[in-house]
Design a protein around this ligand. Sequence first.
Ligand SMILES: Cc1cc2nc3c(=O)[nH]c(=O)nc-3n(C[C@H](O)[C@H](O)[C@H](O)COP(=O)(O)O)c2cc1C
Length: 205
Amino acid sequence: MTSEQLAVREHLVLPRQFQDLLFREARSASAFQDEPVSGEQLAAIYDLVKYGPTALNQQPLRLVALRSEQARRRLLPYLHGHNQQRAARAPLVVLLAADLNFHQRLPELFPAGLLLRDEFAGRPAERAAQARFNALLQAGYFIIGVRCAGLAAGPMTGMDRAAVNREFFPAGDLEALMVVNIGRPLPKTRPRLPRLPYQDVVRIL
Ligand SMILES: Cc1cc2nc3c(=O)[nH]c(=O)nc-3n(C[C@H](O)[C@H](O)[C@H](O)COP(=O)(O)O)c2cc1C
């Protein structure tokens, strides 16, 4: 047994099969089985990942599920290279975006929300930075949430984001972050790329 396997056995409380489902054996999917993803599945995923933490509990992530063929066709021209084909064939395509006006909901989301809402109202640049940062955190939670549903996520940022914003968010209130293809994956043929080991990443001070 390697030291990594030993540490995992001794220190991670989640049963090993779930660790594998969420991390070790989960892959970024590029091709999927021909099986739909329901609205109920997407709702169950969101109702889990909404508990992931954000600064000031601001929750700026917004999801746009491109369910109709017409909605999907609006996105495809702006995806780069093979991303176009991947999104065209995925059972469900979700556009993840940051709400630049998240501050308007702060009064109900955070104890000092009334004050914060008014402060943020006059600082659009700071607000946008916070929205992008925290919505990206939530995007990470979302990818893991998809795996909790026994599905695979194919996240993609290779797109003309300015064009996607013009197409889907002409009012400028939301900003596109990434596209996530979702479904039951076909087996991956390419081996997993290497991950950095602990000693290369962690500094103990
Ligand atoms: C934020 C983000 C953006 C990505 N963008 C693309 C993309 O535009 N096109 C693509 O084919 N894969 C994209 N990927 C997939 C990554 O290449 C993949 O997650 C990484 O190589 C790890 O693969 P694995 O999960 O199968 O080990 C993206 C992944 C993330 C998390």
